[in-house]
Design a protein around this ligand. Structure first.
Ligand SMILES: Cc1ncc(COP(=O)(O)O)c(C=O)c1O
Length: 393
């Protein structure tokens, strides 16, 4: 038999690979201004500090860190992480598991909960990477409508009553891709609906600490009395995505199932990386580091918003209080995929919004990232993008 006739598992049916990764291939040229991706700025990556901490922990604990570790995590980190996460989430957390990026938290949660055909309620649009993860577990994705303040509670309850979902996936703060934040007053009702209908909530909150304006809202988890909410956190956006350190926190039985699932995924998250993040937390380095990067990102966000103000009439866009993204809706009839081809000729890239919708459509939307471009690149790139759009009207 020819290798081209190989029969791959049905879980790959309909999975074509991340559109963003494909766009990355297209835009991998020098002098491209990329508003695609969700990378932290190179200036925000604490390489020198990490080198120092890595040398220190290897000197002090090298034989332990270079050995196999526990699936439950590197013990000193589990301790400092629990303290950090409880402060971030705003409530006691019965169990916390370090994972290999919060991407793995979603994968393990699906592994623990989703049988083929189970329904997951998702925001529409939502984070592509995790939509793909749910598809691998052959989940039936049911989008729930939002307004500018996030999920609509009546639509959410309707969907819970009708579809009997196993899971609700929500990104409450500075959402990827829209930059929207779920209104504070909608958070307690979501925790209550989850308990009423017996639905696990995956509260995915990696952008929580990247706030440039407005006041923080309590987590959904902080209103959870019975353990239905699993909180997914990450150090990717506030320290380094390359370290691949995140966590899942919440009910002990849910976290235990994720731990069992993790044993056969990667045994444990790299000890050295856990130890580096542990030192970041123990030495109290995080608050000052976050203050510094938020100062820069605020200016980058403001520069992009300033440029958007002169985009053609009929264009609307979000004004996020934090995070890394602005969501743009172009005049009806424009197709962001076609515009991307023209924008790439002008050395500017973004992600067409249609990729973030569970069922496609919404061709006139696009996502812009402002963290990974300098102020000068933002002004130059946005002017070019405006001209491309104007020429298409
Ligand atoms: C909403 C959301 N969740 C999770 C992730 C993945 O984060 P990590 O690097 O911790 O796997 C991202 C990354 O872009 C994200 O936007």
């Amino acid at each position: 038999m020819n290798i081209s006739e190989i029969q791959f598992a049905h879980r790959f049916d309909g999975i074509t690979g991340s559109a963003i990764r494909e766009i990355f291939k297209l835009i991998a040229q020098p002098n491209m201004i990329s508003f695609a991706g969700g990378n932290p700025s190179p200036a925000a990556l604490p390489d020198e500090k990490v080198a120092e901490l890595a040398a220190q922990v290897l000197r002090d604990k090298g034989k332990v860190l270079l050995q196999y570790g526990a699936t439950e995590g590197y013990a000193p980190f589990v301790e400092s992480l629990k303290q950090y996460a409880e402060a971030a989430v705003g409530c006691p957390l019965p169990a916390v598991l370090p994972v290999t990026g919060s991407t793995q938290a979603m994968d393990l949660l699906c592994k623990a909960l989703i049988d083929p055909g189970d329904t997951v309620l998702v925001e529409n649009p939502s984070f592509l990477g995790n939509l793909q993860c749910m598809k691998f577990y052959q989940a039936n994705l049911v989008p729930v409508e939002s307004d500018e303040n996030g999920l609509l509670l009546d639509k959410l309850e309707e969907a819970m009553a009708k579809h009997h979902p196993k899971l609700l996936y929500v990104i409450p703060t500075f959402q990827n891709p829209t930059g929207k934040t779920l209104a504070a007053e909608r958070r307690r009702p979501i925790a209550e609906l989850a308990a009423k209908y017996g639905v696990v909530v995956a509260e995915d909150d990696p952008y929580r600490d990247l706030r440039y304006s407005g006041t923080p809202a309590p987590s959904i988890k902080s209103f959870d009395k019975e353990g239905w909410v699993a909180f997914l956190g990450s150090f990717s956006k506030i320290i380094s995505p390359g370290l691949r350190v995140g966590y899942i926190a919440g009910d002990a039985a849910i976290v235990r199932k994720c731990t069992l699932g993790k044993q056969s995924t990667d045994v444990h998250t790299a000890n050295l990386n856990q130890a580096i993040v542990d030192q970041f937390l123990r030495q109290g380095l995080l608050p000052e580091h976050i203050r510094r990067i938020c100062g820069d990102y605020r200016l980058q966000r403001d520069a992009m918003l300033e440029e958007l103000a002169s985009f053609p009439a009929g264009t609307s866009y979000t004004r996020p209080d934090g995070g890394l993204f602005i969501w743009v809706t172009l005049p009806e009839g424009l197709d962001a995929k076609q515009l991307l081809e023209k924008a790439i000729e002008r050395h500017v890239a973004f992600v067409p919004g249609t990729h973030f919708y569970a069922n496609g459509g919404h061709e006139n939307t696009l996502r812009l990232n402002f963290s990974n471009s300098t102020l000068e690149q933002i002004h130059t790139g946005m002017a070019a993008l405006r001209q491309v759009i104007e020429a298409s009207l």
